[in-house]
Design a protein around this ligand. Structure first.
Ligand SMILES: Nc1ncnc2c1ncn2[C@@H]1O[C@H](COP(=O)(O)OP(=O)(O)OC[C@H]2O[C@@H]([n+]3cccc(C(=O)O)c3)[C@H](O)[C@@H]2O)[C@@H](O)[C@H]1O
Ligand SMILES: Nc1ncnc2c1ncn2[C@@H]1O[C@H](COP(=O)(O)OP(=O)(O)OP(=O)(O)O)[C@@H](O)[C@H]1O
Ligand SMILES: [Mg+2]
Length: 248
């Protein structure tokens, strides 16, 4: 796996460097949650353009555990990138002024993801940076992300990696043990975990995605059925919005 990962890193480096150079950007900004995806994505970004050109921003909400904030700082320290904190609470508070808008944790959670996106883009605008995405292949395929929220970015250094591979790369990078070992969570409400919400473990989901890709997306067991349902339902997140221009 080491050689294989080394090989992937080479091409990720080139892709990231090319994107930054092509955009005439001075650097990269990435939301650092204290989770493994943002840690690995930031690691690739730092490796590609140098840690001094990358800034990691923690964007805590009222439900963000203190431990996650500490882990976010530890990730930035480990990678040698600048660490900043920008609370999203003042913005979320403003949304609370709209009657009923923030009552559902589902709606509120997606608002949080989109609020983080707008702040990262504001920093990118101000400092001539590109926004680094943190989506992996698994969440991209099953649509486990907020459309125009955490899914929105200028570069996607880990989009080719299944979640189980992200963990392997995280260990290769020597990222803090707490970051690699914690259960993946979108952190949009207290107690949320990816595997609970998705209804299967990442080991099961990745095995199902690999199997489905090999047999032309025909499901043969319960997990494959569940995964295929999510892949189908989220197709709109992976294509341009329905329009007449692309059909003419
Ligand atoms: N067929 C279709 N064609 C075109 N557009 C369609 C559509 N169906 C829905 N839409 C649009 O998409 C919207 C629904 O998509 P979206 O707003 O994304 O919402 P949705 O996919 O329903 O929810 C997002 C999911 O991702 C999870 N998440 C979010 C953020 C971060 C993470 C993480 O892992 O960190 C996970 C979150 O917990 C939740 O399960 C609809 O309101 C509608 O506007
Ligand atoms: N509190 C936060 N501060 C900064 N960025 C955040 C925060 N919460 C979410 N994000 C951004 O949204 C992205 C999507 O969250 P997601 O949970 O999928 O990734 P992760 O937290 O890096 O890893 P994991 O999936 O293992 O929890 C994060 O990678 C990060 O860029
Ligand atoms: Mg997370």
């Amino acid at each position: 796996m080491i050689e294989q990962i080394g090989c992937v890193m080479e091409s990720v480096d080139q892709m990231v460097r090319h994107a930054v150079w092509n955009a005439g950007a001075d650097g990269i900004v990435v939301g650092i949650s204290g989770g493994v995806d943002s840690a690995v994505a930031a690691g690739f970004a730092a490796r590609a353009v140098g840690p001094e050109r990358v800034v990691g921003i923690a964007l805590p909400s009222a439900v963000t555990p203190t431990a996650d904030l500490e882990d976010a700082e530890a990730v930035c320290r480990h990678l040698g990138i600048e660490f900043r904190v920008m609370s999203i609470e003042p913005v979320i508070d403003a949304y609370r002024q709209y009657p009923g808008l923030t009552e559902s944790r589902y709606v509120l959670g997606n608002l949080m993801a989109r609020t983080r996106m707008t702040l990262l883009y504001a920093v990118a605008n101000r400092e001539n940076r590109l926004v680094c995405g943190t989506s992996n292949r698994t969440e991209y395929l099953v649509g486990y992300s907020t459309k125009h929220g955490d899914a929105a970015a200028d570069i996607q250094p880990i989009l080719h990696l299944y979640k189980t591979e992200v963990f392997e790369v995280a260990r290769e990078m020597g990222l803090p043990a707490r970051v690699v070992e914690k259960p993946p969570s979108a952190g949009l409400w207290t107690g949320q975990t990816d595997e609970k919400e998705l209804g299967a473990t990442y080991d099961e989901i990745d095995a199902a995605l690999r199997a489905l890709a090999e047999k032309d997306w025909v499901a043969e067991n319960k997990v494959e059925e569940l995964v295929l349902k999510r892949v189908r339902a989220s197709a709109h997140k992976r294509v341009a919005p329905p329009n007449l221009l692309s059909t003419r």
